[in-house]
Design a protein around this ligand. Structure first.
Ligand SMILES: [Zn+2]
Length: 125
């Protein structure tokens, strides 16, 4: 049995004592929001970092295609040198031959033989 008569409830966000219902955990909406946002912070950081990496990948692919061209062949090494992170892409496309295109938004690449990559720009829809 839990005895609650003499318990002074404290707000879990700011430690002020709470009056009112015993099931209250926060003194007000502000404390509830700031507490919940704090809990979410690590995953927000993760999302931000991944978004940043995806944008950087896209920028690298974009920079490797000459303006007005639709594709460009580069060594995989060159992507690595520029800081390309192969782990991250937004989506894939598998063509009828089974080749996999990895996209970062509207730019993508395809592995060719001997460490070459074919960088492509997606057609505008
Ligand atoms: Zn509070």
């Amino acid at each position: 049995m839990i005895v609650q008569t003499n318990t002074i409830k404290q707000c879990i966000a700011c430690d002020k004592s709470i009056r009112g219902r015993t099931d209250k955990r926060f003194c007000n909406d502000y404390c509830r929001n700031s507490y919940n946002n704090q809990l979410k912070a690590p995953s927000n950081n993760l999302v931000r970092n991944i978004n940043h990496t995806l944008s950087k990948n896209r920028r690298i692919l974009e920079s490797l295609i000459v303006e007005n061209e639709e594709m460009s062949k580069v060594k995989k090494e060159r992507l690595i040198q520029q800081g390309y992170r192969f782990k991250y892409h937004t989506h894939q496309y598998i063509n009828p031959k089974g080749s996999i295109y990895y996209y970062c938004y509207d730019y993508g690449y395809l592995y060719l033989e001997k460490d070459w990559c074919l960088i492509i720009r997606a057609e505008k829809e």
